[in-house]
Design a protein around this ligand. Structure first.
Ligand SMILES: *Cc1c(COP(=O)(O)O)cnc(C)c1O
Length: 242
């Protein structure tokens, strides 16, 4: 094992222990909480190490970085069953590229974006570049801050309808990033309430992507089914990085 691989193995063991104990504390089955490794700013070689350590789900926040990384990983670990998730702001002119590498887009925050993604999926299907429909999560904004992206909670039902009506997207649930100005437990509780409401009309919206390196325990306590971890697994990204 290389030093970096050993470092990643240690980070992974620590995160898995945190998920285990957060689940024990919340009385939940750890099998209900998926770990998404957020590999933005880190090289494909790190993703390959994480694949060797048994991880299968990876997330990126920029198409320019993710598209070549997914290609590099496929070359480094041919046949590995990995799934890539887009968790960053999606520019509508990038949808064609994104549907080329992403299995799931967690950051759908407007009906216009849903329509653009659906068109891109249909076009990729026609070209024979994609066979699977695209899974999507609705990104919820808990404080309405446009910088962070996300739809305000009162817009989620309309957004969910747009996703379902698009015909090419599969609604899987919701995602959020806790606002800095809110205590994480309060933020995740607010999200849980919104998800309960959404599920009345869309029972298929089962995924709750919430919790990152700093707040995954609070997210798990409030029903997260998917934690997105970068720093605590791979290290600090440095000041200049997104
Ligand atoms: C970077 C990022 C993460 C991971 O954050 P860490 O604090 O490094 O764990 C999770 N979700 C999104 C949307 C991100 O952009």
């Amino acid at each position: 094992m290389t030093d970096r691989c050993a470092e990643l193995a240690a980070g992974l063991a620590e995160i898995q222990a945190r998920i285990q104990s957060a689940c024990a504390y919340a009385g939940r089955d750890p099998g209900e909480v998926r770990l998404l490794a957020v590999t933005k700013t880190w090289p494909a070689a790190d993703v390959a190490h994480l694949v060797d350590l048994g991880l299968t789900e990876f997330a990126e926040n920029r198409d320019q970085e993710a598209a070549p990384k997914a290609v590099e990983l496929a070359a480094a670990r041919p046949g590995a069953a990995v799934r890539w998730h887009m968790v960053g702001h999606v520019q509508r002119n990038k949808t064609r590229s994104i549907v080329g590498w992403a299995d799931e887009v967690q950051s759908v925050d407007s009906p216009r974006l849903a329509v653009a993604l659906a068109k891109a999926v249909a076009a990729a299907r026609t070209r024979g570049e994609r066979t699977e429909p695209l899974s999507v999560l609705l990104q919820a904004s808990l404080d309405g801050d446009p910088e962070r992206g996300g739809a305000v909670l009162s817009d989620l039902p309309e957004l969910a309808d747009a996703v379902v009506q698009s015909g090419e997207l599969i609604l899987r649930g919701v995602m959020t990033v806790a606002p800095r100005a809110m205590l994480p437990p309060a933020a995740f509780e607010l999200l849980a309430t919104a998800v309960d409401r959404l599920r009345k009309d869309h029972p298929e919206a089962i995924e709750v992507s919430a919790g990152m390196s700093g707040d995954l325990e609070a997210a798990i306590a409030h029903g997260s089914t998917c934690v997105r971890v970068g720093t605590a697994l791979l290290g600090y990204r440095g000041l200049a990085s997104p």
